[in-house]
Design a binder for this molecule. Sequence first.
Ligand SMILES: C[S@@+](CC[C@H](N)C(=O)[O-])C[C@H]1O[C@@H](n2cnc3c(N)ncnc32)[C@H](O)[C@@H]1O
Length: 431
Amino acid sequence: MKTRSSDVAGLAARRAALALLDAVLVEKRLLSEVLLNRTKDLSPEDRARAQRLVTEALRVIDRCDRMLGPHLSKRPAPHVMNALRMGVFEICAMQEAAHGVVNAYVTLMQERPKSSHFKGLVNAVLRKIDAEKAKWDGLPAPMLPKWLRKPLVADFGKAGVAAMEAAQAKGAPLDLTVKSTVKSDAEGWAEKLGGTVLPTGSVRLDAAVQVTKLDGFAAGDWWVQDAAASLPARILAPEKGARVLDMCAAPGGKTMQLAAMGAEVTALDISESRMARVRENLARCGLSAEIAVGDALEYEGGPFDAILLDAPCTATGTIRRHPDLPHVKDGSDFPGLFELQEHLIDRALGMLKPGGKLVYCTCSLLIDEGEEQVRDAMARHPGLTVDLEALRIPGIDSDWIGEEGLRTRPDYWPDLGGMDGFFITVLRPGA
Ligand SMILES: C[S@@+](CC[C@H](N)C(=O)[O-])C[C@H]1O[C@@H](n2cnc3c(N)ncnc32)[C@H](O)[C@@H]1O
C-alpha cells in the first residue's frame, strides 16, 4: 500500500485503513497478521493513523451499519460497503468535516475499476449521513456476535454482557509496568509521563501517545502491559533467586516482570519468531532469562519452584484492544484450545518441586478457559488446591475472587478506564 504523489493529505492513511478493514471483514485476517505487511510503504505517521482509523472503526462497525441501513436498498460489494462504513465512522464518531471525508472515499472508489461506478452512491449516502449525524449518539452500544454473546450471557447474564460490550466500545487506555516493583517508582513515572498510578501498581496513560517516543522506553524503564495482564506475575511474586518457568512466554511481558523481581526465569515458547521479541524486550530492559524454544508439552526441565502458565487462549478478554477478533473468529477453533490448556496444566503440574505453585491464567472471558479448567484439573489431580489467599494482592477487589480464582472483566474499574478480561489462579499440588 503505497503513498501516491497525487495523494492529498490523509488519503494514504485512509486507503490503508480501508484495505485493512477489507482484510478483517472480507479475508477474515487478524490485524496483527496483516498490519505490518500492508502498511510497510507508509510513513510512521500514516501507518499509525491507518491503524487508529481501522481499529476505532471496527469497535463501532455495528453502529455504522445501523446508520447506513435506511440508505441502502441492497448491500453493495464489500469494498464499497467498507468505504461507506469508514466514511460514516469518520463523519459521525470522529466528527471530521464531511466534504473532506466524502471526497476521500469517492477518490478511493475511483481507484478500482470494480468500485468506480459506485462513487455516486458513496457521495450521495455519505452526504445524507452527514445531515443526520445527530442520531449517532443515541444508537445502542455495539453487540458481540451471537456465537460469542451466547456463552457469555449464560455465564454473566444479559446485564453483565451489556456492561462488557459498553466497555469494549470505549477502547482501552495505555498501561505500563514499571521495571522496579517499588511503588514510588510507578508514581515517579506517572508524574513524568502525565499518567496515573492504578490501584494494582500499573501506570495508566492516554492511549493516543506514541510509545516509542516516550521518556524511559528506549532505556527499558517500563514496558507496555495491560493492568490485568500484569496481575499473574504480581500474584506469583517469586522470592529472589527462585527457579521459575514462564511456560508460554512470548512476547515476554510476564517474563520481564518475573526477572525484574529477581527470579531465575526460564522463558519457554513454541514460536521462534515470537521468542525473538522476548529477546529484544529483555535486551531493551536490561533483564535476563534463559530462553528455550519448543513445545511445552514435550519440554523436559525443572523441577521449578513456580510455573507461570499464561496459556494460549481465545483472547476474548482483549477485545477492547483487538476489536477485529469477533469479526475474524467464529468459535470453531475454541475446543482445540480448551484441550491444549488442559494438557499444558497437566504438564506444568509434573514439573513443579514439592511445595511449588502453578499460576494459571488466560486473557479470556470464557469460563471454559478459567473456572472450568480448574474444576477439571482438580478432578484429574486429587489433592490439588486453589490458593485463594495468594490472589489477595493490593488493588484487587475481593468480589472478583471466586472459588476457582480471580476473574477480571472489561467493565471493572469503569471510572478508571476499565481493564482486560483475565482469569488467574494459583494451584498447589497435594503432598
Ligand atoms: C497468551 S500468549 C503468552 C503471552 C506472554 N505470557 C506475555 O505475557 O507476553 C500464549 C503463548 O503461548 C505460545 N504457545 C502456544 N502453544 C504452545 C506450546 N504448546 N508450547 C509452548 N508455547 C506455546 C504461543 O506461541 C504464545 O506466544
